[in-house]
Design a protein around this ligand. Structure first.
Ligand code: LLP
Length: 452
């Protein structure tokens, strides 16, 4: 359920505006001549060509969002490891690779995706609370750059695998700093009660234990306290605690050369509640500047959320005594965030009647004299909605709707529930739109079940 005290993008409207909406969105989706475009390519044409529901991404937005973070943090020259889980299409990873990105992977599958995109294994950080011994063996074999380890038992496995393979392996220990990221309970990861990382007080013993490992170099600290973390204070608290730990470790003769401060940097969903890259950097950089540590970041959403939208078509309109429903062909199987977190995504017709562009994207948006509508999918669950109580210009069967800020945790969390085929994905590049994931077919779905 939404909880407005979490101060996140799940917030009710009214959160403190931090800077100008357009600079935060850096949006490449805009209403040109009354119809929504992505980098001046008509989304109506894209929907006609590739069908719906379809995710449409802007390569330019990925590049600009990546550059905004890189430039904001330039004083400490961090390594940006794009969090693959937020938007994993290999063509998009390739776009980010061209920007100089490294990658944060949380399964051997994501490691393989990054390699398929052309990343060097040494530029991949392998995180995750439950890496299996088989995954660790495969990753050591592939030469993955750094393991972010999350438990004593996992460190033992990494050390044993490295010894057996006689390969040098770098690792960081994920510290759980017990800091409240003030985000949704489902995506809070830095509190004591969360399954992630090692409690700060018991970490020195682990560093000591592995200090003289012949093949495992445990030389880094990893942190990630939640997603999204819309304010800077939790980062300041977490980094401060981590640096105190580094001082203690160094005094005890443990060599620490790097710190990975994770992801969680917010994206603008329409609430104007997220800090900007510059604001995060202004608070974090001074803490790390003279630490002598190599810094990594693992941004996902802040790069991908506003680089993608979901286009869906109106199938039917219907009215009950209390509600008006717009039934569309996109659903919780395409975008589960509203169902899972009651997350807010701004929705607007691609070609609104009268060409009306929205004046803002906030949940408080109202149209005088209009009745709100629920925008729902065809899946057999009442939680299958994309937006509730929304004021949008009148739509009719066959019209297209755009669901904004859907580039992060959208397509990647898609499912085949109700035997629905996962959506197509299109990337708009300077020379136009191209298909980067074909729509799944019924035969794709059945392939794992046939001939058994
Ligand atoms: N690093 C680690 C260790 C993570 O667990 C995550 C996200 C990130 C980096 C990237 O966080 P970002 O910069 O994207 O906020 N499905 C949820 C979000 C789950 C985030 C999981 N971990 C959602 O739709 O909001």
């Amino acid at each position: 359920m939404p909880n407005s005290s979490y101060g996140s993008e799940f917030d009710a409207p009214g959160a403190t505006p931090d800077g100008d909406l357009e600079t935060q969105l850096m949006d490449t989706f805009d209403f040109t001549n009354g119809s929504l475009c992505c980098d001046s390519h008509s989304l109506s044409d894209i929907a006609d060509q590739f069908g719906t529901p379809v995710y449409v991404y802007s390569a330019r937005a990925f590049r600009e969002h990546y550059a905004a973070l890189r430039d904001a943090f330039a004083a400490i020259e961090p390594r940006l490891c794009f969090s693959i889980k937020s938007c994993h299409n290999v063509h998009i990873l390739r776009t980010l690779l061209e920007c100089g990105s490294s990658f944060d992977a949380v399964s051997i599958g994501e490691v393989r995706r990054a390699l398929e995109a052309g990343a060097k294994a040494s530029d991949i950080v392998f995180a995750g609370v439950g890496k299996t011994p088989a995954e660790i063996e495969a990753a050591v074999d592939l030469g993955v750059g750094t393991f972010n380890a999350e438990s004593a038992a996992e460190l033992d496995v990494i050390a044993a695998v490295a010894n057996k393979a006689r390969k040098n392996v770098r690792a960081a220990l994920r510290i759980n700093p017990d800091v409240d990221a003030k985000t949704h309970p489902h995506t809070t990861t830095g509190k004591d009660e969360n399954k992630f990382g090692i409690e700060i007080g018991s970490s020195p013993a682990l560093f000591q234990k592995h200090k003289d490992d012949p093949y495992l170099s445990l030389v880094g600290i990893h942190l990630h306290i939640g997603s999204p973390v819309n304010t800077v204070a939790p980062y300041v608290e977490m980094v401060t605690k981590a640096l105190e730990l580094v001082v203690k470790l160094k005094a005890d003769g443990v060599n620490i050369d790097s710190i990975n401060i994770g992801g969680g940097y917010g994206a603008e969903y329409g609430h104007q509640s997220s800090a900007t890259p510059r604001e995060y950097a202004d608070a974090i950089v001074p803490l790390l500047k003279d630490s002598g540590l190599k810094v990594s970041l693992e941004p996902g959403r802040s790069i991908s959320a506003n680089a993608g939208i979901l286009i869906t078509r109106v199938v039917y309109l219907k009215e009950s005594r209390t509600k008006q429903f717009v039934i569309v062909d996109g659903s919780m199987t395409d975008l589960i965030r509203p169902a899972l977190y009651d997350a807010y995504h701004f929705i607007w017709p691609v070609s609104p009647a009268g060409g009306v562009a929205p004046s803002d994207r906030s949940p408080a948006y109202r149209i005088e004299g209009a009745r709100p509508v629920d925008i729902v999918g065809p899946v057999c669950e009442s939680s299958d909605y994309l937006g509730r109580n929304r004021f949008i210009p009148a739509v009719k069967q066959g019209d297209l709707l755009a669901v904004f800020s859907a580039g992060a945790y959208g397509a990647v969390m898609g499912s085949q529930y109700n035997t629905r085929c996962r959506a197509a994905e299109v990337l708009v590049e300077s020379d136009g739109p191209r298909l980067i994931r074909r729509r799944e077919t019924f035969d794709d779905i059945m392939a794992c079940e046939r001939n058994l």
